[in-house]
Design a protein around this ligand. Structure first.
Ligand code: COA
Length: 218
């Protein structure tokens, strides 16, 4: 656990800035029902209210992160479940309970990026949906901090999923169990079980009420 466990996700700004990435946090409460680009607002107008609000908070965070590294080039709509990013840009978005975060950088320096904010995680009974057979040693369900540990493992895998998913076809990455986490000296190493040649390094930090994780190329 780090020393800032009661601070929000902004606490990670310095650590992420040192990597050369843009990072931004957006709170739904600061947007007054707006957020994002006008074209994104029109795109999301027919979404159910809750989804529209989180989508626009995510886009607002994305534009702030892109702007921080001089890469904001207008509206970002969708490519299936993924953001349709401009050529030469790598970025990732996460939203949880009224907070959105985004990470962005140039493709020439970052083959891929993934970010995940989790302010509530799966119950212990769902651990088998997160961890594969080779990962049973990562979680002791009887340990007093087992729920917290599962939240960190879940968030690490979600960040890794977002970073690895654009690099592989869908069959190689059907879900979180198709990613294998192994502990490293500075966090987690994550690879698709079907593609052990591909890997990302995942960092997990405590934030107020949850965890923030990011995945970067090794
Ligand atoms: C894609 C997934 C990782 C998103 O995570 P989440 O915690 O549900 O949601 P988050 O708010 O953190 O992230 C959502 C954002 O991720 C991005 N995203 C979605 N799918 C993505 C993909 N395949 N690759 C990269 N980014 C993706 C999008 O930007 C999305 O936001 P937007 O729709 O507003 O643009 C998750 O839904 C998923 O599919 N997990 C794997 C399935 C699984 O095994 N689940 C078991 C759970 S116990």
């Amino acid at each position: 656990m780090d020393a800032h466990q009661n601070a929000g996700p902004e606490q990670s700004w310095h650590e992420l800035r040192d990597t050369g990435l843009g990072f931004a946090v957006t709170y739904v409460r600061e947007l007054g029902g707006g957020g994002g680009h006008r074209v994104e607002q029109r795109f999301a107008a027919a979404f159910p209210e809750r989804r529209r609000v989180e989508f626009l908070a995510g886009r607002e965070a994305l534009h702030r992160a892109l702007d921080a590294v001089g890469l904001d080039r207008g509206p970002v709509l969708c490519d299936g479940p993924r953001p349709r990013l401009p050529v030469g840009v790598r970025a990732s978005i996460s939203h949880s309970q009224g907070v959105a975060v985004a990470l962005a950088g140039p493709a020439e320096h970052f083959r891929t990026v993934g970010i995940d904010l989790e302010l509530s995680g799966p119950p212990l009974a769902a651990a088998h949906l997160v961890l594969g057979p080779a990962e049973s040693g990562l979680l002791d369900p009887a340990a007093p901090d087992a729920t917290e540990r599962l939240l960190a493992l879940y968030s690490a895998k979600e960040a890794a999923f977002k970073a690895l998913s654009p690099l592989v076809d869908g069959d190689a990455l059907p879900g979180l169990r198709a990613i294998r986490l192994t502990a490293g000296p500075d966090g987690w190493h994550a690879s698709p079980v079907a593609r052990p040649d591909l890997a990302v390094q995942v960092t997990v930090r405590r934030t107020a009420g949850g965890v923030l994780s990011w995945a970067l190329p090794t």
